[in-house]
Each structure stands twice: as C-alpha cells, then as structure tokens.
Design a protein around this ligand. Structure first.
Ligand code: ADP
Ligand code: MG
Length: 185
C-alpha cells in the first residue's frame, strides 16, 4: 500500500503522517525534502516564498523511488499524484481560524498566511487531487482538533472500511461569521 497525505501547509501533514506510519508500521517519506534535495524545482519564487515545482521531473522521480508500504507526505502530492504512483490519498483539512493561528506560530509572513488560508477556504487542494485521482480512493479528514481521531479514521479508510469524508464547509463558516473580506479580499 502506497498512501499519500496532502493538504494546505499547517493542516498537520507532517505530524499526522509520522503518527500514521508509526501506527501502521509503514515507511515515512517527505516529498518536499526530496524535491529540494534533488533539485526537482525551477528555483525559488521570492514573491510567493516557495519553490516552483518541476512537475515532470518530480513525477518521474516519484515513480522511480516508489515502494510499497510507505506513507508519502507533502503539499506537492496534490499536483503530482496519480493512480500509477499512489493507491490512496488522505487530504487533511483545517478550520481557517485554527489554520491562521498555526501558520502564525510557524512564523509564516502575513501574506503567506493569507494565501494559504484562502486556498484552504476555497478547497484548492481537494480540487487538484480530484482532477487526477478517483475520489473513491481519497478521504478528506478534518484535522483541526484531535490528531488521534484523525489517524483512527485514516486507518479505517486504509483498511477498506466505508468511511465518509468529514463535512467541511469553510466558505460557509467564514460567510456566516462575516469574515469573507478578512480572508479573501
Ligand atoms: N490534530 C491536530 N490538532 C492540533 N494541532 C495540530 C494537529 N495536527 C498538527 N497540529 C499542529 O499544527 C502545526 C502544523 O502541523 P504540521 O504537521 O507541521 O503541518 P504541515 O506539515 O501540514 O505544515 C504544528 O504546530 C502541529 O503541532
Ligand atoms: Mg510539514
């Protein structure tokens, strides 16, 4: 089983993936580390504050290093994953108000916080994943609070149980609280 874990920065990918791999006895691989170490990017975008992924080269590398019984973690999975490489994808979600705090604690700039929180509200990562991956082989988990609960749900999904997506509607939430302009202007 090759499992991908993706999500907006701060949704908890690293924490969650290490725990998932520990509990299932699977290998843990961070894709972003490989992309940076092997120069699978087209340089650093100073204005965006991130590396520009070289999708073709990175994808070929992923197939080359691909091995069973591994949890692959990274934002880039949303842009690279297909069913030739991965069997299942877990998409972590996080409440925008919680995400804003987590990213501030990580030391992200106000611009990076805005960009990532907006992306989370607008479902950018799930849309990317669904463009190349059978939705039935994916699960969205709300990882705003209880890590153990998130990991339990992922394990049930990986074992083939019928598990529903956590219902998240961040756009509805921020609309209700009159915060659309604060997050999306
Ligand atoms: N389920 C959770 N509940 C509360 N805090 C969490 C949870 N998962 C992760 N965190 C915290 O959120 C922050 C971001 O987590 P991290 O794993 O670094 O996210 P990512 O790898 O997606 O950027 C960390 O401070 C981490 O301790
Ligand atoms: Mg991380």
């Amino acid at each position: 089983m090759k499992i991908g874990v993706t999500g907006t920065p701060g949704t908890g990918k690293t924490t969650f993936s290490k725990e998932l791999s520990r509990r299932l006895g699977l290998k843990y691989v961070n894709i972003e580390d490989i992309i940076i170490n092997e120069n699978l990017h087209m340089g650093y975008d100073e204005t965006r504050g991130s590396y520009i992924l070289d999708i073709d080269r990175a994808y070929r590398k992923m197939l080359e290093i691909s091995e069973p019984n591994t949890v692959y973690e990274g934002l880039s999975i949303a842009y690279l994953a297909d069913e030739e490489w991965l069997d299942k994808i877990i998409i972590l979600r996080c409440n925008p108000y919680v995400l804003e705090k987590r990213l501030a604690e990580k030391g992200f700039s106000p611009e990076k916080i805005r960009e990532n929180v907006a992306s989370e509200i607008l479902d950018v990562i799930p849309s990317e994943v669904y463009s190349r991956f059978d939705r039935r082989k994916t699960i969205q988990i709300d990882n705003s609070n209880d890590l153990e609960k998130s990991v339990d749900k992922a394990i049930r999904f990986i074992k083939g149980e019928e598990v529903d997506n956590d219902h998240v509607d961040w756009l509805g939430l921020v609309t209700e609280r009159n915060d659309i302009r604060r997050f999306l202007d």
